[in-house]
Design a protein around this ligand. Structure first.
Ligand code: 5GP
Ligand code: SF4
Ligand code: MG
Length: 465
């Protein structure tokens, strides 16, 4: 999901709508905005579909006045797949000294246990979302102020969370102690903003100030003061390495590093680790593009657009059902036949999850008369599900959970298939020595199976580590 918040500007929800539009790649199912105006009070709008279709018309934006607003774009990981509007964030709660709204990116790994406990003690849940636990935990806190209620609540929550919240007078941002999901602070005109990624600061002309640190909470008041707190015990950070590979936008900056350049360097690593003789290097657009550029630069094999993407399709992976996903590949990608015919082609993609994309692309490209097809993948084999906010399927459906690299190559019937190594990925992400196996610098559980936070809900449901 994507989260965004602004304080101290006129018509804050316009800024939030723009910010969410720039974060649309993080969630396309639905979006919501909550705002506060001293005369009009709290207002909200929650809709299915794209930001540009819901939060651009005057009719809607006029109902969202005020100098303070937060928003959310949803991509369902926890919660029901056939999303109901009640699952669309931000969520709102009314406490003894005024209300608060929260928008959450990530996944709470002890949500089932928390929900059970909260319901037993009288909480009435409105949605199926794990994020709603935060509101109920806040309501039960004995603290008075909203930031302190939030501290109390989040200390009970396990897993990955970046949260943007607001009261009538404050904008609040928090990252979990491991800092799994991103959150950055920006300065816009006389106000401040919080965003999942820096690309959403650019769209509103905000200046990047810094990242919210793992385990940090910032409380920003209407008079422009930024107060930083540390509600959690400090731990080594575990930022999601898959943000670098796929999830973030390539024009975002993470940890001072350009996401585009990290992806390009994964391609360089791949060309060194798994060279091949071929005529063309083609990306599977758009997610494989920067790595393909890097592969071409390092190998000297010309880069070309062998697959053309229909710009009017979203991210196929994020379409929840199997059937739509299967069709999705053809709806979204087509082979540039004239270019491919008779060529030995290196195809570069960011990841193989179920293998749907690679299977279809291979068929399409052989059908177009390619002489050879060599897959190069800009991440290690995805062999484990993510429980921290990226929607990988159950383990059985992951191609790499049941097959070796060679078996996958035979299964996909391609001439060769190679994945970048974990160390190569870490080097590309700026860790010159590669992965520190004693204490990995990132979360890489979907590749290594080493989960930095125990997925206790899933273990309760029978998942075996
Ligand atoms: P597959 O088709 O193998 O199931 O999925 C791989 C494709 O899904 C890649 O092209 C990748 O760009 C895309 N993708 C989209 N969202 C995700 C996600 O959340 N996780 C992973 N691993 N891949 C994703
Ligand atoms: Fe990111 Fe993978 Fe860790 Fe999930 S399991 S947070 S996708 S690195
Ligand atoms: Mg892709």
């Amino acid at each position: 999901c994507g989260i965004f918040g602004v304080i101290g500007v006129t018509d804050a929800s316009n800024f939030v709508a723009l910010g969410l539009h720039a974060l649309q790649h993080r969630g396309q199912e639905a979006g919501g905005i909550v705002c506060y105006h001293p005369d009009a009070g709290f207002n909200s709008a929650r809709r299915f579909g794209y930001v540009r279709d819901n939060f651009t018309s005057q009719d809607v934006m006029e109902t969202l006045p005020g100098p303070l607003a937060i928003g959310h774009v949803r991509y369902s990981t926890a919660g029901s797949k056939a999303a109901a509007i009640r699952d669309v964030q931000p969520f709102f709660g009314e406490f003894s000294r005024g209300g608060a709204a929260i928008a959450h990116n990530g996944n709470i790994t002890n949500a089932i246990a928390l929900r059970r406990e909260l319901i037993e003690r009288g909480s009435i849940f409105q949605s199926s979302s794990d994020s709603e636990c935060i509101i109920h935990l806040m309501a039960r806190s004995l603290q008075k102020s909203v930031p302190e209620r939030m501290e109390d609540a989040l200390r009970r929550v396990e897993g990955a969370f970046s949260v943007v919240a607001m009261t009538r007078t404050k904008l609040i941002g928090v990252r979990d102690p491991l800092g799994v999901r991103p959150l950055v602070l920006g300065k816009v005109a006389d106000g401040w903003c919080l965003s999942s990624e820096t690309c959403a600061l650019d769209i509103i002309g905000a200046e990047f100030v810094r990242e919210i640190e793992p385990g940090e909470m910032v409380v920003i008041t209407s008079d422009g003061k930024v107060d930083s707190r540390r509600p959690f015990r400090s731990q080594p950070s575990k930022f999601c390495i898959f943000e670098h590979v796929y999830f973030s936008r390539p024009d975002s900056i993470i940890g001072g590093k350009s996401v585009y350049d990290t992806r390009r360097r994964i391609g360089v690593e791949l060309a060194r680790e798994a060279p091949v003789e071929a005529d063309l290097v083609c990306p599977v657009p758009d997610s494989g593009t920067p790595a393909a550029i890097g592969f071409s630069q390092e190998s000297g094999i010309p880069y070309a657009m062998g697959i053309i993407r229909n710009q009017y399709m979203g991210r196929t992976f994020i379409e929840p059902t199997e059937q739509i996903r299967n069709m999705g590949v053809r709806l979204k990608l087509n082979v540039n036949r004239a270019l491919i015919k008779g060529k030995r082609v290196v195809l570069v993609d960011d990841s193989v999850v179920r293998g749907t994309t690679s299977r279809k692309i291979k068929e399409m490209i052989l059908d177009a008369g390619a002489a050879e097809v060599h897959f190069r993948i800009a991440s290690p084999p995805t062999a484990w599900p993510c429980f921290y906010g990226v929607d990988t399927p159950q383990r059985e459906k992951l191609l790499a959970a049941t097959m070796t690299e060679d078996e996958m190559r035979d299964h996909l019937r391609v001439d060769s298939l190679r994945f970048v190594s974990l160390d190569g990925l870490y080097r590309a992400a700026g860790e010159a020595e590669g992965r520190d196996n004693a204490c990995p610098q990132y979360c890489d559980a979907c590749f290594s199976g080493e989960y930095p936070v125990e997925p206790s809900d899933m273990i309760e449901k029978g998942f075996e580590l």
